[in-house]
Write a protein that binds this ligand. Structure first.
Ligand code: NAG
Ligand code: NAG
Ligand code: NAG
Ligand code: NAG
Length: 371
């Protein structure tokens, strides 16, 4: 049969016109999406153990303690937490064991440090305006006997409070008059201290004994509080919350199990436990440390650090946890694993623009941010 080209062509155009008439509707729709997430791993000078990190207030200078060689790192960072310049200073001998770092409020810009094996608390001016300038010692306080091995140090008014890890004591000492002090005997390994924002008492986690010691410096008494066995073991990170929110601590667990659980210690010494639940990773997380978001009072956000420090196959993670407005239950979890794993992630520091974390075993400083 002879094909009628004209007829075919009109058939095609008819079909084409009909297919246009019956086309799916296509309309612009929302392209909103979440923020991109960036993780920088800043390499640091090599050391067996990288520990604490602080940011000197109102500067772009961060200080990091490397305990195994007693080295203080001084670095400038850009807005994304990328290290621009860095210098390193051995404090004391290579065996002096520089460990704790804490900003002074009494002397803005200065920093208290502990030398765990030299048994000293030291106030340093880090000299922030020159990255190459060596920090200067402002005060040196010997830990009184029988205390041994200061780990954490914190300034509270005219006093320093320090955990003496090696003798299992807690020290209260007036830094203007170091003869004015009290040493409290604790159980095995007091590790961090926080002053309760609501009852004013001091609390310390004794990580090897699964207890928290409460110290009433006015009555000069100590009390031991137990951790609920089903919640987990090994209270390590322990910090004060904003007013009204009590003290918060993480449970690290042991070499075989983490329990993804944190505790909130109220003014009457009762404890509420909160367990992560968003994934099998978070449910069993080995939680070492924690920090409140600078805007926590309005966005109910707490940051947790999970670490392979005692359970060698645990994931090293930064977990952003958001609560309901009453801080009674977790409403969301957001997990970021660090690019280097098995790094024994150690401390987490939140600034208005960055989340920093130290990697103890891999000589790195993580900076995490979203854009
Ligand atoms: C010891 O220091 C505290 C403050 O840290 C002060 O309240 C107290 O009066 C001092 N005691 C003496 C005997 O100086
Ligand atoms: C407070 O208690 C500590 C140890 O618990 C003790 O060494 C010290 O003498 C006491 N201080 C006073 C003033 O009772
Ligand atoms: C480790 O912790 C888990 C959970 O808390 C517990 O069931 C287990 O007995 C602990 N293992 C050891 C060896 O202590
Ligand atoms: C917390 O809230 C502030 C503003 O209220 C916001 O800028 C910040 O990004 C929030 N942090 C988190 C972790 O959501």
């Amino acid at each position: 049969m002879r094909v009628n080209k004209k007829l075919l062509s009109s058939l095609f155009s008819l079909l084409f016109v009909q297919s246009i008439a019956t086309a799916l509707s296509i309309t612009p729709t929302s392209a909103d999406r979440g923020a991109s997430r960036y993780v920088i791993e800043n390499p640091l000078p090599l050391a067996d153990q990288t520990h604490e990190v602080v940011r000197v207030a109102k500067t772009n200078v961060i200080l990091i303690s490397q305990m195994s060689n007693s080295v203080l790192l001084k670095a400038t960072v850009d807005d994304h937490g990328l290290i621009k310049d860095i210098s390193a200073f051995q404090l004391g001998q290579s065996t002096s064991a520089l460990h704790g770092l804490a900003l002074s409020k009494k002397y803005p810009g200065f920093v208290w440090v502990t030398l765990q094996k030299d048994n000293k608390l030291v106030l340093l001016d880090p000299i922030v305006n020159s990255i190459t300038a060596a920090p200067e010692v402002q005060k040196e306080i010997d830990v009184p006997t029988p205390g041994l091995g200061p780990h954490y140090v914190g300034e509270y008014g005219d006093e320093l409070w320090s955990t003496l890890q090696d003798s299992s004591h807690v020290l209260r000492i007036n830094y203007n008059d170091p003869s004015n002090y009290t040493i409290y005997k604790g159980l095995d390994r007091p590790i961090f201290i926080a002053q309760h924002p609501d009852n004013g008492k001091f609390y310390t986690g004794e990580d090897n004994d699964d207890k928290i010691m409460k110290i009433d410096p006015v009555a000069n008494t100590t009390t031991q509080l137990s951790i609920l066995e089903s919640a987990g073991t090994t209270p390590v990170g322990l910090i004060a919350g904003p007013p009204g929110l009590g003290i918060w601590f993480t449970l690290l667990g042991n070499a075989t199990q983490g329990t993804g659980t944190i505790g909130n210690l109220h003014a009457d010494d009762t404890i509420t436990y909160h367990t992560l639940s968003s994934s099998s990773w978070s449910k069993k997380a080995s939680l070492l440390h924690l920090a409140f978001d600078p805007e926590a009072e309005t966005n109910y956000t707490l940051w947790l650090l999970a670490s392979s420090i005692v359970k060698s196959d645990a994931l090293d993670m930064i977990i952003k946890v958001t609560f309901d407005a009453g801080w009674t239950k977790i409403v969301s979890e957001d997990i970021v694993v660090t690019p280097t794993q098995l790094n024994k992630a150690h401390r987490i520091l939140i600034t208005p623009t960055n989340v920093f974390a130290t990697e103890l075993a891999s000589s790195k400083l993580v900076s995490y941010y979203t854009l």
